[in-house]
Design a protein around this ligand. Structure first.
Ligand code: FAD
Length: 396
Protein backbone atom coordinates (compact mmCIF):
# COMPACT_ATOMS: atom_id res chain seq x y z
CA UNK A 1 0.00 0.00 0.00
CA UNK A 2 1.24 3.46 -0.87
CA UNK A 3 0.15 6.45 1.16
CA UNK A 4 1.66 8.91 -1.35
CA UNK A 5 -0.45 11.86 -2.37
CA UNK A 6 -0.39 12.98 -6.00
CA UNK A 7 -1.70 16.08 -7.70
CA UNK A 8 -3.41 14.02 -10.40
CA UNK A 9 -3.99 10.32 -11.04
CA UNK A 10 -4.56 9.34 -14.67
CA UNK A 11 -6.61 6.14 -15.03
CA UNK A 12 -5.77 4.37 -18.30
CA UNK A 13 -2.63 5.12 -20.34
CA UNK A 14 -3.92 4.53 -23.86
CA UNK A 15 -4.23 7.27 -26.48
CA UNK A 16 -5.95 9.84 -24.26
CA UNK A 17 -4.44 8.96 -20.87
CA UNK A 18 -0.85 8.96 -22.14
CA UNK A 19 -1.37 12.44 -23.62
CA UNK A 20 -3.01 13.71 -20.41
CA UNK A 21 -0.17 12.34 -18.26
CA UNK A 22 2.33 14.14 -20.48
CA UNK A 23 0.57 17.51 -20.46
CA UNK A 24 0.01 17.40 -16.70
CA UNK A 25 3.63 16.45 -16.00
CA UNK A 26 4.80 19.19 -18.35
CA UNK A 27 2.91 21.69 -16.17
CA UNK A 28 4.80 20.49 -13.12
CA UNK A 29 1.98 18.41 -11.64
CA UNK A 30 2.88 15.36 -9.59
CA UNK A 31 1.28 12.66 -11.78
CA UNK A 32 0.55 8.98 -11.20
CA UNK A 33 -0.51 7.06 -14.33
CA UNK A 34 -2.17 3.66 -13.91
CA UNK A 35 -2.50 1.13 -16.74
CA UNK A 36 -3.79 -2.42 -16.49
CA UNK A 37 -1.67 -3.67 -19.41
CA UNK A 38 1.75 -2.77 -20.81
CA UNK A 39 2.75 0.45 -22.63
CA UNK A 40 1.18 0.85 -26.11
CA UNK A 41 -0.48 -2.58 -25.92
CA UNK A 42 -2.81 -4.15 -28.50
CA UNK A 43 -5.80 -5.07 -26.30
CA UNK A 44 -7.76 -1.81 -26.49
CA UNK A 45 -8.34 0.76 -29.23
CA UNK A 46 -4.94 2.28 -30.03
CA UNK A 47 -2.95 -0.31 -31.99
CA UNK A 48 -2.58 -1.34 -35.63
CA UNK A 49 0.23 0.84 -37.07
CA UNK A 50 -1.89 3.65 -38.57
CA UNK A 51 -4.74 6.05 -37.80
CA UNK A 52 -6.27 8.59 -40.20
CA UNK A 53 -5.89 12.29 -39.42
CA UNK A 54 -7.84 14.93 -41.39
CA UNK A 55 -9.19 18.42 -40.83
CA UNK A 56 -12.35 18.85 -42.93
CA UNK A 57 -14.32 16.92 -40.35
CA UNK A 58 -17.50 15.51 -41.89
CA UNK A 59 -18.81 14.38 -38.49
CA UNK A 60 -19.24 18.00 -37.25
CA UNK A 61 -17.41 21.27 -38.02
CA UNK A 62 -17.12 21.89 -34.27
CA UNK A 63 -14.22 19.40 -34.19
CA UNK A 64 -12.08 21.44 -36.61
CA UNK A 65 -10.42 23.84 -34.12
CA UNK A 66 -9.59 20.85 -31.91
CA UNK A 67 -8.00 18.85 -34.71
CA UNK A 68 -6.06 21.88 -35.92
CA UNK A 69 -4.49 22.20 -32.48
CA UNK A 70 -3.91 18.41 -32.49
CA UNK A 71 -1.75 18.74 -35.63
CA UNK A 72 0.42 21.37 -33.91
CA UNK A 73 0.86 19.19 -30.85
CA UNK A 74 1.70 16.06 -32.90
CA UNK A 75 4.36 18.06 -34.73
CA UNK A 76 5.68 19.33 -31.41
CA UNK A 77 5.82 15.76 -30.06
CA UNK A 78 7.79 14.68 -33.12
CA UNK A 79 10.22 17.55 -32.60
CA UNK A 80 10.61 16.77 -28.88
CA UNK A 81 11.20 13.04 -29.35
CA UNK A 82 12.72 12.75 -32.84
CA UNK A 83 10.06 10.10 -33.61
CA UNK A 84 8.21 9.73 -36.89
CA UNK A 85 4.53 10.09 -35.81
CA UNK A 86 2.58 12.07 -38.46
CA UNK A 87 2.76 11.56 -42.21
CA UNK A 88 0.77 13.73 -44.63
CA UNK A 89 -0.43 11.89 -47.74
CA UNK A 90 -3.51 13.86 -48.74
CA UNK A 91 -6.94 12.34 -48.17
CA UNK A 92 -9.95 11.38 -50.30
CA UNK A 93 -13.49 11.41 -48.91
CA UNK A 94 -15.49 9.47 -51.49
CA UNK A 95 -19.21 8.83 -51.99
CA UNK A 96 -22.23 10.03 -53.89
CA UNK A 97 -22.74 13.80 -54.07
CA UNK A 98 -25.45 13.56 -51.36
CA UNK A 99 -23.53 11.21 -49.06
CA UNK A 100 -22.90 12.26 -45.46
CA UNK A 101 -19.13 11.92 -45.92
CA UNK A 102 -18.97 14.19 -49.01
CA UNK A 103 -21.51 16.75 -47.80
CA UNK A 104 -20.10 16.89 -44.27
CA UNK A 105 -16.51 17.30 -45.51
CA UNK A 106 -17.44 20.19 -47.80
CA UNK A 107 -19.43 21.87 -45.03
CA UNK A 108 -16.52 21.72 -42.57
CA UNK A 109 -14.00 22.85 -45.17
CA UNK A 110 -16.13 25.85 -46.16
CA UNK A 111 -16.99 26.84 -42.61
CA UNK A 112 -13.33 26.84 -41.59
CA UNK A 113 -11.74 28.00 -44.86
CA UNK A 114 -9.79 24.74 -45.36
CA UNK A 115 -8.02 23.88 -48.59
CA UNK A 116 -9.90 21.22 -50.61
CA UNK A 117 -10.68 20.12 -54.16
CA UNK A 118 -13.70 18.26 -55.50
CA UNK A 119 -13.14 15.54 -58.12
CA UNK A 120 -15.81 13.87 -60.22
CA UNK A 121 -15.53 10.14 -60.95
CA UNK A 122 -13.48 10.67 -64.13
CA UNK A 123 -10.98 13.02 -62.49
CA UNK A 124 -10.73 10.72 -59.50
CA UNK A 125 -9.89 7.75 -61.70
CA UNK A 126 -7.39 9.78 -63.71
CA UNK A 127 -5.50 11.08 -60.69
CA UNK A 128 -5.70 7.84 -58.72
CA UNK A 129 -5.76 4.99 -61.26
CA UNK A 130 -6.03 2.28 -58.56
CA UNK A 131 -9.56 3.51 -57.67
CA UNK A 132 -12.73 2.36 -59.46
CA UNK A 133 -15.46 4.87 -58.52
CA UNK A 134 -19.00 4.46 -59.82
CA UNK A 135 -20.14 7.13 -62.33
CA UNK A 136 -22.07 9.08 -59.68
CA UNK A 137 -19.32 8.93 -57.05
CA UNK A 138 -17.28 12.02 -56.32
CA UNK A 139 -14.44 12.82 -53.97
CA UNK A 140 -13.31 15.67 -51.78
CA UNK A 141 -9.51 15.80 -51.72
CA UNK A 142 -7.99 17.32 -48.61
CA UNK A 143 -4.30 18.21 -48.88
CA UNK A 144 -3.56 18.20 -45.14
CA UNK A 145 -4.87 14.68 -44.41
CA UNK A 146 -2.59 11.76 -43.64
CA UNK A 147 -1.92 9.19 -40.95
CA UNK A 148 -0.48 8.85 -37.46
CA UNK A 149 1.51 5.91 -36.08
CA UNK A 150 -0.49 5.08 -32.94
CA UNK A 151 1.95 2.85 -31.05
CA UNK A 152 4.78 5.33 -31.64
CA UNK A 153 2.53 8.22 -30.58
CA UNK A 154 1.39 6.58 -27.32
CA UNK A 155 4.97 5.54 -26.47
CA UNK A 156 6.21 9.06 -27.19
CA UNK A 157 3.64 10.62 -24.84
CA UNK A 158 4.53 8.11 -22.12
CA UNK A 159 8.24 8.69 -22.57
CA UNK A 160 7.77 12.46 -22.39
CA UNK A 161 5.53 12.14 -19.32
CA UNK A 162 8.27 10.18 -17.54
CA UNK A 163 10.87 12.68 -18.66
CA UNK A 164 8.83 15.29 -16.80
CA UNK A 165 8.77 13.11 -13.67
CA UNK A 166 5.38 11.36 -14.01
CA UNK A 167 5.22 8.04 -12.15
CA UNK A 168 3.71 5.42 -14.47
CA UNK A 169 2.56 2.01 -13.24
CA UNK A 170 1.85 -0.73 -15.78
CA UNK A 171 0.17 -4.08 -15.16
CA UNK A 172 -1.80 -2.42 -12.35
CA UNK A 173 -5.57 -2.43 -12.67
CA UNK A 174 -7.85 0.14 -11.04
CA UNK A 175 -10.59 -1.64 -9.13
CA UNK A 176 -12.53 1.42 -7.97
CA UNK A 177 -12.33 5.12 -7.39
CA UNK A 178 -14.17 7.39 -5.00
CA UNK A 179 -14.40 11.17 -5.03
CA UNK A 180 -14.79 13.28 -1.88
CA UNK A 181 -18.15 15.06 -1.69
CA UNK A 182 -16.26 18.26 -0.80
CA UNK A 183 -14.64 18.25 -4.28
CA UNK A 184 -11.20 18.15 -2.70
CA UNK A 185 -9.72 14.76 -3.47
CA UNK A 186 -10.03 11.21 -4.77
CA UNK A 187 -9.08 7.74 -3.61
CA UNK A 188 -8.13 5.06 -6.10
CA UNK A 189 -7.88 1.38 -5.23
CA UNK A 190 -5.90 -0.87 -7.56
CA UNK A 191 -4.80 -4.48 -7.76
CA UNK A 192 -1.64 -3.40 -5.92
CA UNK A 193 -2.51 -0.53 -3.61
CA UNK A 194 -4.47 2.53 -2.66
CA UNK A 195 -3.59 6.06 -3.76
CA UNK A 196 -4.80 9.54 -2.95
CA UNK A 197 -4.74 12.58 -5.23
CA UNK A 198 -6.32 16.01 -5.55
CA UNK A 199 -7.64 15.25 -9.04
CA UNK A 200 -8.47 12.28 -11.24
CA UNK A 201 -8.51 11.88 -15.02
CA UNK A 202 -10.51 8.89 -16.26
CA UNK A 203 -9.59 7.76 -19.81
CA UNK A 204 -10.73 4.13 -19.79
CA UNK A 205 -11.36 3.39 -23.49
CA UNK A 206 -13.58 0.32 -23.93
CA UNK A 207 -13.77 -0.17 -20.15
CA UNK A 208 -15.89 3.00 -19.77
CA UNK A 209 -19.11 1.24 -18.78
CA UNK A 210 -17.38 -0.19 -15.72
CA UNK A 211 -15.31 2.82 -14.67
CA UNK A 212 -17.96 5.44 -15.44
CA UNK A 213 -21.01 3.34 -14.57
CA UNK A 214 -22.70 6.19 -12.69
CA UNK A 215 -23.00 8.20 -15.93
CA UNK A 216 -25.35 5.55 -17.29
CA UNK A 217 -24.32 6.28 -20.85
CA UNK A 218 -25.10 3.20 -22.95
CA UNK A 219 -21.60 2.83 -24.45
CA UNK A 220 -21.66 0.14 -27.17
CA UNK A 221 -18.44 -1.79 -27.73
CA UNK A 222 -17.94 -3.06 -31.27
CA UNK A 223 -15.05 -4.95 -32.74
CA UNK A 224 -13.53 -3.85 -36.02
CA UNK A 225 -10.86 -5.91 -37.74
CA UNK A 226 -8.01 -4.22 -39.57
CA UNK A 227 -6.78 -6.25 -42.55
CA UNK A 228 -3.51 -5.98 -44.46
CA UNK A 229 -3.78 -6.94 -48.14
CA UNK A 230 -0.81 -8.02 -50.23
CA UNK A 231 -1.23 -6.42 -53.67
CA UNK A 232 1.80 -8.32 -55.04
CA UNK A 233 3.56 -6.55 -57.89
CA UNK A 234 1.11 -3.61 -57.58
CA UNK A 235 2.59 -2.63 -54.18
CA UNK A 236 4.44 0.36 -55.61
CA UNK A 237 1.09 1.89 -56.62
CA UNK A 238 0.25 2.12 -52.91
CA UNK A 239 3.31 4.08 -51.76
CA UNK A 240 2.43 7.17 -49.65
CA UNK A 241 3.55 9.59 -52.36
CA UNK A 242 1.10 8.07 -54.87
CA UNK A 243 -1.79 6.77 -52.80
CA UNK A 244 -3.59 8.87 -50.13
CA UNK A 245 -5.66 7.85 -47.14
CA UNK A 246 -9.34 7.46 -48.09
CA UNK A 247 -12.80 7.03 -46.58
CA UNK A 248 -15.39 5.55 -48.94
CA UNK A 249 -19.10 5.94 -48.16
CA UNK A 250 -20.48 3.09 -50.27
CA UNK A 251 -24.21 3.55 -49.72
CA UNK A 252 -24.83 5.45 -46.51
CA UNK A 253 -24.64 2.26 -44.43
CA UNK A 254 -21.37 0.74 -45.53
CA UNK A 255 -18.22 2.81 -45.06
CA UNK A 256 -14.69 1.48 -45.52
CA UNK A 257 -11.34 3.22 -45.37
CA UNK A 258 -7.66 2.60 -45.80
CA UNK A 259 -4.09 3.75 -46.04
CA UNK A 260 -1.14 3.66 -48.37
CA UNK A 261 1.62 1.16 -47.61
CA UNK A 262 2.99 2.43 -44.29
CA UNK A 263 5.98 0.11 -44.09
CA UNK A 264 4.82 -1.94 -41.07
CA UNK A 265 6.85 -5.00 -40.07
CA UNK A 266 4.25 -7.54 -41.16
CA UNK A 267 3.87 -6.13 -44.70
CA UNK A 268 0.63 -5.50 -46.58
CA UNK A 269 -1.56 -2.45 -47.16
CA UNK A 270 -4.19 -1.79 -44.48
CA UNK A 271 -7.93 -1.35 -45.01
CA UNK A 272 -10.94 -1.79 -42.69
CA UNK A 273 -14.69 -1.34 -42.37
CA UNK A 274 -15.80 1.71 -40.36
CA UNK A 275 -19.48 0.75 -40.43
CA UNK A 276 -20.96 -2.27 -38.69
CA UNK A 277 -18.83 -4.26 -36.29
CA UNK A 278 -20.01 -7.03 -33.99
CA UNK A 279 -20.79 -6.24 -30.35
CA UNK A 280 -17.99 -7.47 -28.11
CA UNK A 281 -16.51 -7.22 -24.64
CA UNK A 282 -12.89 -6.22 -23.92
CA UNK A 283 -12.27 -9.70 -22.46
CA UNK A 284 -13.15 -11.45 -25.74
CA UNK A 285 -11.38 -9.11 -28.17
CA UNK A 286 -8.58 -11.51 -28.91
CA UNK A 287 -10.72 -14.15 -30.47
CA UNK A 288 -9.09 -13.25 -33.84
CA UNK A 289 -10.83 -11.97 -36.94
CA UNK A 290 -13.69 -13.92 -38.44
CA UNK A 291 -14.04 -15.02 -42.07
CA UNK A 292 -17.20 -12.92 -42.27
CA UNK A 293 -15.36 -9.75 -41.21
CA UNK A 294 -12.68 -10.30 -43.83
CA UNK A 295 -15.25 -11.20 -46.50
CA UNK A 296 -17.28 -8.00 -45.93
CA UNK A 297 -14.20 -5.84 -46.41
CA UNK A 298 -12.94 -7.88 -49.36
CA UNK A 299 -16.22 -7.20 -51.19
CA UNK A 300 -15.56 -3.45 -50.96
CA UNK A 301 -11.88 -3.75 -51.86
CA UNK A 302 -12.58 -6.02 -54.85
CA UNK A 303 -15.23 -3.63 -56.17
CA UNK A 304 -13.51 -0.28 -55.63
CA UNK A 305 -9.74 -0.94 -55.42
CA UNK A 306 -9.24 -4.18 -57.37
CA UNK A 307 -5.43 -3.81 -57.54
CA UNK A 308 -5.36 -4.19 -53.75
CA UNK A 309 -7.40 -7.38 -53.70
CA UNK A 310 -4.62 -9.89 -52.97
CA UNK A 311 -4.28 -12.26 -50.01
CA UNK A 312 -4.93 -10.90 -46.51
CA UNK A 313 -1.57 -11.37 -44.80
CA UNK A 314 -2.68 -10.20 -41.34
CA UNK A 315 -5.84 -9.16 -39.55
CA UNK A 316 -6.08 -7.68 -36.07
CA UNK A 317 -9.24 -6.78 -34.09
CA UNK A 318 -9.67 -3.47 -32.25
CA UNK A 319 -12.57 -1.91 -30.28
CA UNK A 320 -14.80 1.09 -30.96
CA UNK A 321 -16.54 2.55 -27.87
CA UNK A 322 -19.64 4.17 -29.34
CA UNK A 323 -21.82 6.76 -27.64
CA UNK A 324 -25.48 7.02 -28.79
CA UNK A 325 -24.66 9.98 -31.10
CA UNK A 326 -21.08 8.85 -31.90
CA UNK A 327 -19.62 12.07 -30.50
CA UNK A 328 -17.05 12.01 -27.70
CA UNK A 329 -17.56 12.49 -23.99
CA UNK A 330 -15.04 15.07 -22.77
CA UNK A 331 -15.71 17.23 -19.72
CA UNK A 332 -15.46 17.68 -16.01
CA UNK A 333 -17.46 14.87 -14.39
CA UNK A 334 -21.05 16.11 -13.94
CA UNK A 335 -21.09 15.07 -10.26
CA UNK A 336 -17.48 15.50 -9.15
CA UNK A 337 -15.61 18.68 -10.04
CA UNK A 338 -12.20 17.12 -9.24
CA UNK A 339 -12.68 14.38 -11.88
CA UNK A 340 -12.19 14.89 -15.65
CA UNK A 341 -13.49 12.30 -18.11
CA UNK A 342 -12.55 11.33 -21.68
CA UNK A 343 -14.51 8.42 -23.12
CA UNK A 344 -16.71 7.17 -25.96
CA UNK A 345 -14.40 8.14 -28.80
CA UNK A 346 -16.68 6.23 -31.18
CA UNK A 347 -14.01 5.00 -33.60
CA UNK A 348 -12.66 8.44 -34.55
CA UNK A 349 -10.73 9.74 -31.55
CA UNK A 350 -7.08 8.96 -32.14
CA UNK A 351 -6.25 11.98 -34.29
CA UNK A 352 -7.38 14.23 -31.39
CA UNK A 353 -5.41 12.47 -28.63
CA UNK A 354 -2.70 15.14 -28.43
CA UNK A 355 -5.18 18.00 -27.93
CA UNK A 356 -7.40 15.92 -25.66
CA UNK A 357 -4.37 15.49 -23.40
CA UNK A 358 -4.06 19.26 -23.29
CA UNK A 359 -7.79 19.73 -22.60
CA UNK A 360 -7.71 17.15 -19.80
CA UNK A 361 -4.72 18.94 -18.28
CA UNK A 362 -6.71 22.22 -18.45
CA UNK A 363 -9.77 20.62 -16.83
CA UNK A 364 -7.60 19.08 -14.08
CA UNK A 365 -5.63 22.24 -13.38
CA UNK A 366 -8.12 25.09 -13.63
CA UNK A 367 -11.46 23.30 -14.16
CA UNK A 368 -12.06 24.78 -17.64
CA UNK A 369 -10.45 25.04 -21.08
CA UNK A 370 -10.32 27.67 -23.81
CA UNK A 371 -11.41 25.04 -26.37
CA UNK A 372 -15.09 24.77 -27.27
CA UNK A 373 -16.05 21.33 -25.89
CA UNK A 374 -19.62 22.00 -24.77
CA UNK A 375 -20.95 19.75 -27.54
CA UNK A 376 -19.07 16.83 -25.93
CA UNK A 377 -20.64 17.22 -22.48
CA UNK A 378 -22.31 13.99 -21.27
CA UNK A 379 -25.32 15.97 -20.04
CA UNK A 380 -26.48 16.04 -23.67
CA UNK A 381 -27.74 12.51 -23.01
CA UNK A 382 -30.02 13.94 -20.30
CA UNK A 383 -29.42 14.68 -16.65
CA UNK A 384 -32.02 12.07 -15.70
CA UNK A 385 -29.75 9.43 -17.12
CA UNK A 386 -27.16 10.21 -14.50
CA UNK A 387 -27.35 8.46 -11.16
CA UNK A 388 -26.67 11.15 -8.59
CA UNK A 389 -24.73 9.22 -5.99
CA UNK A 390 -23.75 11.95 -3.56
CA UNK A 391 -20.14 11.76 -2.50
CA UNK A 392 -19.14 8.41 -3.91
CA UNK A 393 -18.97 6.35 -7.04
CA UNK A 394 -18.85 2.58 -6.93
CA UNK A 395 -17.76 0.86 -10.10
CA UNK A 396 -18.35 -2.75 -9.13
C1 FAD B 1 -9.89 -0.48 -35.93
C2 FAD B 1 -9.86 0.93 -35.45
C3 FAD B 1 -9.58 1.94 -36.34
C4 FAD B 1 -9.57 3.27 -35.94
N1 FAD B 1 -9.25 4.23 -36.84
C5 FAD B 1 -9.14 5.52 -36.45
C6 FAD B 1 -8.65 6.49 -37.34
O1 FAD B 1 -8.27 6.18 -38.48
N2 FAD B 1 -8.53 7.78 -36.89
C7 FAD B 1 -8.89 8.13 -35.62
O2 FAD B 1 -8.78 9.31 -35.28
N3 FAD B 1 -9.36 7.22 -34.75
C8 FAD B 1 -9.48 5.92 -35.13
N4 FAD B 1 -9.90 4.95 -34.26
C9 FAD B 1 -10.35 5.36 -32.92
C10 FAD B 1 -9.22 5.62 -31.96
O3 FAD B 1 -8.16 4.72 -32.15
C11 FAD B 1 -9.78 5.59 -30.55
O4 FAD B 1 -10.84 6.52 -30.44
C12 FAD B 1 -8.73 5.91 -29.50
O5 FAD B 1 -7.58 5.14 -29.70
C13 FAD B 1 -9.31 5.68 -28.11
O6 FAD B 1 -8.35 6.01 -27.14
P1 FAD B 1 -8.66 5.76 -25.60
O7 FAD B 1 -7.53 6.37 -24.85
O8 FAD B 1 -10.05 6.20 -25.28
O9 FAD B 1 -8.67 4.16 -25.45
P2 FAD B 1 -7.41 3.19 -25.25
O10 FAD B 1 -6.27 3.66 -26.07
O11 FAD B 1 -7.88 1.80 -25.42
O12 FAD B 1 -6.98 3.45 -23.76
C14 FAD B 1 -7.75 3.10 -22.63
C15 FAD B 1 -6.76 2.49 -21.63
O13 FAD B 1 -7.36 2.36 -20.36
C16 FAD B 1 -6.84 1.19 -19.78
N5 FAD B 1 -7.74 0.77 -18.71
C17 FAD B 1 -9.06 0.49 -18.81
N6 FAD B 1 -9.55 0.10 -17.64
C18 FAD B 1 -8.52 0.14 -16.75
C19 FAD B 1 -8.40 -0.16 -15.36
N7 FAD B 1 -9.45 -0.58 -14.63
N8 FAD B 1 -7.20 -0.01 -14.76
C20 FAD B 1 -6.11 0.43 -15.49
N9 FAD B 1 -6.17 0.70 -16.81
C21 FAD B 1 -7.36 0.57 -17.41
C22 FAD B 1 -6.81 0.23 -20.95
O14 FAD B 1 -6.01 -0.92 -20.71
C23 FAD B 1 -6.31 1.11 -22.06
O15 FAD B 1 -4.90 1.08 -22.18
C24 FAD B 1 -9.89 3.60 -34.60
C25 FAD B 1 -10.15 2.59 -33.69
C26 FAD B 1 -10.11 1.26 -34.10
C27 FAD B 1 -10.39 0.19 -33.09
Amino acid sequence: MSSDTFDVIVLGLGAMGSAAAYHLALRGKRVLGLEQYTAAHDRGSSHGESRIIRQAYHENPAYVPLVQRAYELWEQLEADTGQDILKLTGGLMIGSRESAVVQGTIRSAREHGLEYQTLDANELRRRFPTLRPRPDDMAVYEVKAGFLRPEVAVSAHLQQAERHAAELHFLESVERWTADASGDGVDVVTSRGRYRASRLVIAPGAWASRLLAELRIPFAIRRHSMCWFDPGAALEMFSPDRFPIYIWDVNGHEVFYGFPFTGGDGGGVKAAMHSGGDPCAPETLHAGSTDLEVAELRRCVARFIPALNGPVVRSVPCMYTLTPDEHFVLSVHPEFSQVAIAAGFSGHGFKFASVIGEVLADLSSVGSTKYEIGFLNPLRFGRDALACVAGASDQN
